[in-house]
Design a binder for this molecule. Structure first.
Ligand code: PBG
Length: 316
Protein backbone atom coordinates (compact mmCIF):
# COMPACT_ATOMS: atom_id res chain seq x y z
CA UNK A 1 0.00 0.00 0.00
CA UNK A 2 2.88 2.39 0.63
CA UNK A 3 3.79 2.63 -3.10
CA UNK A 4 0.87 5.02 -3.62
CA UNK A 5 1.69 7.12 -0.56
CA UNK A 6 5.22 7.94 -1.65
CA UNK A 7 4.79 11.64 -2.46
CA UNK A 8 2.22 14.39 -2.33
CA UNK A 9 1.56 13.79 -6.04
CA UNK A 10 0.78 10.11 -5.42
CA UNK A 11 -1.50 10.98 -2.53
CA UNK A 12 -3.34 13.65 -4.47
CA UNK A 13 -4.03 11.20 -7.28
CA UNK A 14 -5.76 8.66 -5.09
CA UNK A 15 -7.49 11.10 -2.75
CA UNK A 16 -11.11 9.98 -2.24
CA UNK A 17 -12.53 13.02 -0.49
CA UNK A 18 -11.90 16.63 -1.44
CA UNK A 19 -12.85 19.60 0.63
CA UNK A 20 -13.76 22.85 -1.00
CA UNK A 21 -15.39 26.05 0.24
CA UNK A 22 -18.39 25.09 -1.93
CA UNK A 23 -19.49 22.75 0.85
CA UNK A 24 -19.34 25.27 3.65
CA UNK A 25 -22.14 27.16 5.37
CA UNK A 26 -21.03 29.81 7.88
CA UNK A 27 -23.20 30.63 10.91
CA UNK A 28 -23.81 34.31 11.76
CA UNK A 29 -25.39 35.84 14.87
CA UNK A 30 -27.50 38.94 14.27
CA UNK A 31 -28.19 41.61 16.89
CA UNK A 32 -29.96 44.97 16.71
CA UNK A 33 -28.09 48.25 16.43
CA UNK A 34 -25.17 49.71 14.52
CA UNK A 35 -21.48 49.09 14.93
CA UNK A 36 -22.20 46.38 17.50
CA UNK A 37 -19.66 43.54 17.75
CA UNK A 38 -20.00 41.30 20.81
CA UNK A 39 -17.35 38.58 20.74
CA UNK A 40 -18.47 35.14 21.96
CA UNK A 41 -15.94 34.06 24.54
CA UNK A 42 -16.32 30.31 24.16
CA UNK A 43 -16.22 30.54 20.35
CA UNK A 44 -13.04 32.50 19.54
CA UNK A 45 -13.35 34.35 16.23
CA UNK A 46 -17.16 34.44 16.36
CA UNK A 47 -19.24 37.43 17.45
CA UNK A 48 -22.78 38.74 17.61
CA UNK A 49 -22.95 41.45 14.94
CA UNK A 50 -25.30 44.25 13.97
CA UNK A 51 -26.51 44.41 10.33
CA UNK A 52 -23.80 46.85 9.15
CA UNK A 53 -21.03 44.54 10.40
CA UNK A 54 -22.81 41.45 9.10
CA UNK A 55 -22.62 43.03 5.67
CA UNK A 56 -18.81 43.26 5.98
CA UNK A 57 -18.71 39.64 7.09
CA UNK A 58 -20.89 38.62 4.16
CA UNK A 59 -18.62 40.19 1.56
CA UNK A 60 -15.69 38.35 3.12
CA UNK A 61 -17.60 35.06 2.77
CA UNK A 62 -18.27 35.78 -0.89
CA UNK A 63 -14.63 36.63 -1.55
CA UNK A 64 -13.59 33.36 0.10
CA UNK A 65 -15.92 31.38 -2.16
CA UNK A 66 -18.30 30.33 0.61
CA UNK A 67 -21.78 30.10 -0.91
CA UNK A 68 -24.05 30.39 2.12
CA UNK A 69 -24.55 31.79 5.61
CA UNK A 70 -26.89 30.49 8.31
CA UNK A 71 -28.48 33.29 10.36
CA UNK A 72 -29.41 33.23 14.03
CA UNK A 73 -31.03 36.13 15.84
CA UNK A 74 -30.44 37.55 19.28
CA UNK A 75 -33.65 39.44 20.10
CA UNK A 76 -34.14 42.67 22.01
CA UNK A 77 -36.93 41.12 24.10
CA UNK A 78 -37.96 37.62 25.09
CA UNK A 79 -41.44 36.42 26.06
CA UNK A 80 -43.30 33.17 26.65
CA UNK A 81 -44.14 32.61 22.97
CA UNK A 82 -40.98 34.04 21.38
CA UNK A 83 -42.77 36.89 19.58
CA UNK A 84 -39.65 38.53 18.12
CA UNK A 85 -38.92 35.37 16.09
CA UNK A 86 -41.66 36.44 13.64
CA UNK A 87 -41.46 40.22 14.00
CA UNK A 88 -40.81 41.91 10.63
CA UNK A 89 -38.36 44.15 12.53
CA UNK A 90 -36.70 41.35 14.49
CA UNK A 91 -32.91 41.09 14.56
CA UNK A 92 -32.80 38.37 11.89
CA UNK A 93 -35.35 40.04 9.63
CA UNK A 94 -33.39 43.33 9.71
CA UNK A 95 -30.16 41.45 9.04
CA UNK A 96 -31.72 39.55 6.12
CA UNK A 97 -32.88 42.77 4.50
CA UNK A 98 -29.47 44.45 4.87
CA UNK A 99 -27.56 41.39 3.65
CA UNK A 100 -29.82 40.77 0.66
CA UNK A 101 -29.40 44.37 -0.44
CA UNK A 102 -25.60 44.48 0.01
CA UNK A 103 -24.64 40.94 -0.95
CA UNK A 104 -27.23 39.43 -3.29
CA UNK A 105 -25.04 36.49 -4.33
CA UNK A 106 -24.64 35.05 -0.81
CA UNK A 107 -27.29 32.41 -0.06
CA UNK A 108 -29.07 33.43 3.14
CA UNK A 109 -30.39 30.57 5.23
CA UNK A 110 -32.51 31.56 8.24
CA UNK A 111 -32.54 29.29 11.29
CA UNK A 112 -36.14 28.76 12.39
CA UNK A 113 -36.55 28.11 16.11
CA UNK A 114 -38.03 29.80 19.18
CA UNK A 115 -35.41 29.01 21.84
CA UNK A 116 -33.46 32.27 21.50
CA UNK A 117 -36.73 34.24 21.66
CA UNK A 118 -38.56 32.60 24.57
CA UNK A 119 -37.97 33.74 28.16
CA UNK A 120 -37.92 30.07 29.29
CA UNK A 121 -35.39 29.11 26.59
CA UNK A 122 -37.31 26.12 25.22
CA UNK A 123 -37.81 25.62 21.49
CA UNK A 124 -41.59 26.02 21.62
CA UNK A 125 -44.72 27.01 23.52
CA UNK A 126 -45.19 25.50 26.94
CA UNK A 127 -48.40 24.13 28.45
CA UNK A 128 -49.20 24.53 32.17
CA UNK A 129 -47.01 21.52 32.98
CA UNK A 130 -43.96 23.02 31.28
CA UNK A 131 -44.27 20.56 28.36
CA UNK A 132 -43.48 21.88 24.89
CA UNK A 133 -46.72 21.76 22.89
CA UNK A 134 -46.12 20.34 19.43
CA UNK A 135 -48.76 21.55 17.00
CA UNK A 136 -49.20 25.11 18.31
CA UNK A 137 -45.40 25.44 18.15
CA UNK A 138 -45.32 24.17 14.55
CA UNK A 139 -47.84 26.89 13.64
CA UNK A 140 -45.62 29.59 15.19
CA UNK A 141 -42.59 28.18 13.38
CA UNK A 142 -44.48 28.39 10.07
CA UNK A 143 -45.20 32.08 10.79
CA UNK A 144 -41.54 32.61 11.64
CA UNK A 145 -40.36 30.97 8.41
CA UNK A 146 -42.79 33.12 6.44
CA UNK A 147 -41.45 36.30 8.05
CA UNK A 148 -37.92 35.19 7.09
CA UNK A 149 -39.03 34.64 3.50
CA UNK A 150 -40.64 38.09 3.42
CA UNK A 151 -37.43 39.66 4.73
CA UNK A 152 -35.34 38.07 1.97
CA UNK A 153 -34.20 34.63 3.15
CA UNK A 154 -33.23 32.27 0.33
CA UNK A 155 -33.86 29.18 2.43
CA UNK A 156 -35.24 28.35 5.88
CA UNK A 157 -33.81 25.85 8.34
CA UNK A 158 -36.07 24.61 11.16
CA UNK A 159 -33.97 23.46 14.13
CA UNK A 160 -36.66 22.92 16.76
CA UNK A 161 -37.44 19.18 16.35
CA UNK A 162 -41.23 19.49 16.57
CA UNK A 163 -43.09 16.79 14.63
CA UNK A 164 -44.72 17.97 11.42
CA UNK A 165 -43.06 21.36 11.33
CA UNK A 166 -41.50 20.84 7.90
CA UNK A 167 -44.97 20.16 6.46
CA UNK A 168 -46.43 23.17 8.27
CA UNK A 169 -43.65 25.44 6.98
CA UNK A 170 -43.94 24.05 3.43
CA UNK A 171 -47.71 24.74 3.35
CA UNK A 172 -47.30 28.25 4.75
CA UNK A 173 -44.58 29.11 2.20
CA UNK A 174 -46.54 27.62 -0.70
CA UNK A 175 -49.71 29.50 0.26
CA UNK A 176 -47.81 32.79 0.30
CA UNK A 177 -46.08 32.45 -3.06
CA UNK A 178 -42.79 31.19 -1.66
CA UNK A 179 -43.14 27.79 -3.29
CA UNK A 180 -39.62 28.25 -4.72
CA UNK A 181 -37.98 28.58 -1.28
CA UNK A 182 -36.15 25.42 -0.15
CA UNK A 183 -36.21 23.98 3.37
CA UNK A 184 -33.08 22.62 5.02
CA UNK A 185 -34.40 20.64 7.94
CA UNK A 186 -32.42 19.83 11.05
CA UNK A 187 -33.92 16.35 10.66
CA UNK A 188 -31.78 14.32 13.05
CA UNK A 189 -30.82 16.73 15.79
CA UNK A 190 -29.62 15.12 18.98
CA UNK A 191 -29.99 16.32 22.58
CA UNK A 192 -26.25 16.93 22.72
CA UNK A 193 -23.82 18.24 25.31
CA UNK A 194 -21.87 19.84 22.45
CA UNK A 195 -24.23 22.83 22.08
CA UNK A 196 -22.91 24.52 25.22
CA UNK A 197 -20.97 27.42 23.65
CA UNK A 198 -23.79 28.15 21.18
CA UNK A 199 -26.20 28.69 24.03
CA UNK A 200 -23.90 31.50 25.19
CA UNK A 201 -23.72 32.82 21.61
CA UNK A 202 -27.49 32.86 21.13
CA UNK A 203 -28.37 33.30 24.80
CA UNK A 204 -30.71 30.33 24.39
CA UNK A 205 -30.06 27.96 27.31
CA UNK A 206 -33.26 26.40 28.70
CA UNK A 207 -34.13 27.99 32.06
CA UNK A 208 -35.40 24.68 33.45
CA UNK A 209 -35.13 21.05 32.38
CA UNK A 210 -33.52 20.03 29.10
CA UNK A 211 -34.45 19.43 25.47
CA UNK A 212 -34.77 15.66 25.64
CA UNK A 213 -38.51 15.54 25.06
CA UNK A 214 -37.99 16.92 21.54
CA UNK A 215 -34.34 16.45 20.48
CA UNK A 216 -33.14 12.92 19.77
CA UNK A 217 -31.62 10.49 22.21
CA UNK A 218 -27.89 10.10 21.37
CA UNK A 219 -27.83 6.26 21.32
CA UNK A 220 -30.29 5.98 18.40
CA UNK A 221 -29.58 5.70 14.69
CA UNK A 222 -32.63 3.89 13.23
CA UNK A 223 -34.78 6.61 14.77
CA UNK A 224 -32.67 9.22 12.96
CA UNK A 225 -33.48 7.54 9.65
CA UNK A 226 -37.20 7.69 10.47
CA UNK A 227 -36.87 11.40 11.33
CA UNK A 228 -35.12 12.07 8.02
CA UNK A 229 -37.64 10.03 6.05
CA UNK A 230 -40.58 11.92 7.59
CA UNK A 231 -38.97 15.30 6.90
CA UNK A 232 -38.32 14.34 3.27
CA UNK A 233 -41.96 13.24 2.92
CA UNK A 234 -43.06 16.58 4.37
CA UNK A 235 -40.98 18.46 1.81
CA UNK A 236 -37.45 18.93 3.16
CA UNK A 237 -34.98 19.67 0.33
CA UNK A 238 -31.89 19.09 2.48
CA UNK A 239 -31.75 16.87 5.59
CA UNK A 240 -29.29 17.69 8.33
CA UNK A 241 -27.56 15.57 10.97
CA UNK A 242 -26.36 17.44 14.05
CA UNK A 243 -23.84 17.40 15.73
CA UNK A 244 -21.35 16.05 13.16
CA UNK A 245 -18.21 14.38 14.54
CA UNK A 246 -19.88 12.39 17.34
CA UNK A 247 -22.53 11.25 14.79
CA UNK A 248 -20.49 10.30 11.70
CA UNK A 249 -22.21 6.90 11.67
CA UNK A 250 -25.58 8.66 11.41
CA UNK A 251 -24.33 10.78 8.49
CA UNK A 252 -23.06 7.62 6.81
CA UNK A 253 -26.34 5.77 7.35
CA UNK A 254 -28.36 8.72 6.02
CA UNK A 255 -26.12 8.96 2.95
CA UNK A 256 -26.62 5.27 2.24
CA UNK A 257 -30.39 5.40 2.56
CA UNK A 258 -31.47 8.69 0.94
CA UNK A 259 -30.70 10.50 -2.31
CA UNK A 260 -31.63 13.86 -0.77
CA UNK A 261 -28.67 16.20 -0.14
CA UNK A 262 -27.34 15.64 3.38
CA UNK A 263 -25.92 18.42 5.55
CA UNK A 264 -24.01 18.06 8.80
CA UNK A 265 -23.56 20.69 11.50
CA UNK A 266 -20.16 20.82 13.17
CA UNK A 267 -21.52 22.44 16.30
CA UNK A 268 -20.12 24.99 18.72
CA UNK A 269 -18.70 22.41 21.15
CA UNK A 270 -16.82 20.63 18.36
CA UNK A 271 -15.32 23.98 17.35
CA UNK A 272 -14.56 25.04 20.93
CA UNK A 273 -12.76 21.77 21.73
CA UNK A 274 -10.32 22.23 18.87
CA UNK A 275 -9.84 25.94 19.61
CA UNK A 276 -9.22 25.32 23.31
CA UNK A 277 -6.79 22.45 22.77
CA UNK A 278 -4.92 24.54 20.21
CA UNK A 279 -4.65 27.44 22.66
CA UNK A 280 -3.07 25.13 25.19
CA UNK A 281 -0.65 23.97 22.54
CA UNK A 282 -2.09 20.46 22.61
CA UNK A 283 -3.33 20.32 19.00
CA UNK A 284 -2.34 21.85 15.67
CA UNK A 285 -5.49 23.90 15.07
CA UNK A 286 -5.34 24.11 11.28
CA UNK A 287 -4.59 20.43 10.79
CA UNK A 288 -7.22 19.34 13.29
CA UNK A 289 -9.85 21.62 11.75
CA UNK A 290 -9.22 20.35 8.23
CA UNK A 291 -9.10 16.72 9.38
CA UNK A 292 -12.40 17.09 11.23
CA UNK A 293 -14.07 18.65 8.18
CA UNK A 294 -12.62 15.98 5.90
CA UNK A 295 -14.00 13.25 8.14
CA UNK A 296 -17.48 14.79 8.01
CA UNK A 297 -17.32 14.97 4.21
CA UNK A 298 -15.94 11.42 4.01
CA UNK A 299 -18.86 10.16 6.11
CA UNK A 300 -21.16 11.49 3.41
CA UNK A 301 -22.15 15.08 4.16
CA UNK A 302 -22.62 17.19 1.03
CA UNK A 303 -22.73 20.41 3.04
CA UNK A 304 -21.07 21.29 6.34
CA UNK A 305 -22.24 24.05 8.63
CA UNK A 306 -19.06 25.07 10.40
CA UNK A 307 -17.54 27.94 12.40
CA UNK A 308 -14.24 27.00 10.71
CA UNK A 309 -15.64 27.87 7.27
CA UNK A 310 -13.59 31.04 6.78
CA UNK A 311 -10.35 29.60 8.19
CA UNK A 312 -10.72 26.40 6.19
CA UNK A 313 -11.55 28.27 2.98
CA UNK A 314 -8.36 30.32 3.44
CA UNK A 315 -6.28 27.18 4.02
CA UNK A 316 -7.78 25.40 1.02
C1 PBG B 1 -31.53 26.16 18.24
C2 PBG B 1 -30.19 25.70 17.80
C3 PBG B 1 -29.14 25.17 18.56
C4 PBG B 1 -28.05 25.03 17.70
C5 PBG B 1 -28.48 25.45 16.44
N1 PBG B 1 -29.82 25.82 16.51
C6 PBG B 1 -28.97 24.91 20.00
C7 PBG B 1 -29.81 24.03 20.77
O1 PBG B 1 -30.61 23.22 20.28
O2 PBG B 1 -29.66 24.17 21.98
C8 PBG B 1 -26.69 24.55 18.09
C9 PBG B 1 -25.58 25.06 17.27
C10 PBG B 1 -24.23 24.87 17.85
O3 PBG B 1 -24.04 24.35 18.95
O4 PBG B 1 -23.29 25.28 17.15
N2 PBG B 1 -32.50 25.21 18.45
Amino acid sequence: MRRMRASDAHRRMIRETRLSPDRFIYPLFAVHGEGVRRPIESMPGCAQLSPDLLVEEASELVSLGIPAALLFGVPARKDAVGSESRDPHGAVQEALRALKRACPSLLLIADVCLCAYTDHGHCGMLNEHGFVENDPTAALLAETALSHAQAGADMVAPSDMMDGRVGAIRSALDAAEYAHLPIMSYAAKYASAFYGPFREAADSAPQFGDRRSYQMDPPNVREALREIELDIQEGADIAMVKPAMPYLDVIRAARGRFETPIAAYQVSGEYAMIKAAARLGWLDEQAAALESLTSIARAGADMIVTYFAKDAARLL
